[in-house]
Design a protein around this ligand. Sequence first.
Ligand SMILES: [Fe+2]
Ligand SMILES: [Fe+2]
Length: 296
Amino acid sequence: MALDAKKFLPSSLPPSGQVRIALIGDVVGKPGMNIVCNAIRWMKQHLKANLVIINAENAADGTGLRQKEYKRLIDAGAGAITLGDHIYRKREIIETLNRESNIVKPANFPDSAAGKTHCIVHTDLGHPVAVISVLGRVFMRPVDCPFHASLREVEKIPDAIKLRVVDFHAEATSDKQTLGRLLDGRVTAVLGTHTHVTTADEQIFPGGTAFQCDVGMTGPYESILGREVLPVTQATMTFEPITFDVAQKDVRLAATWFDADPTTGKCSQIGRIQWPLELIQQWNSEEADFRNRLPL
Ligand SMILES: [Fe+2]
Ligand SMILES: [Fe+2]
């Protein structure tokens, strides 16, 4: 039976003069890449997203990102790419990080680490958007303070660029709320990634900053954070080294969108979507049917 697409879409359009920006949470392996590369155009058409930012730290077979996945995401319509603790797992991404202007490293990494600490991209309406990534320190390798680094990075953004998105790639919800409050009124959105679990706390803070602890995972949900269940439970119980393959079933896309005024950078609405693969396939086949019915 066909899915009711309306149930998967926000009830309101972006208010007049505002832009809608979406962040897709951690894309995991081939199942994540497959859904995201098929879904971006529907995010533009049905969700009315003017810019799609993607956290792609798990895109290359579950860990890291390669040039080929980077190119597929950009070719599919992604406007900017953020990463996280797995940023350098595939060494070839270093060249891409140094060369390309729409992909960032965490701003609290050392200066000598490959990549840019922020990037400026544009919505399809031409509005500039600053994108910043920062890494938490709980369950992560030690990095500079994400709070001081975020403030320093925000200071570097030209005043004229009001739309500013921060991807806080971190474990601790307390740290995420703290950064959101610290940056409230200074940036348009502070959205969390890394845990692969969507939180139901999307909100707009008093200063106009959109916030959510974690956007969640784009990949297979019949899994443990995107990996096959059995190897993870076995390794946990036996301490044996077992490969954690990327799972395959129940593939979904998780993203959070927000509407903001490009002249002030203030957010007016925030919401989240979780699209099953079947919904994307349905839209693809409806479009194919429509094309087939067109007169030659
Ligand atoms: Fe991560
Ligand atoms: Fe991740």
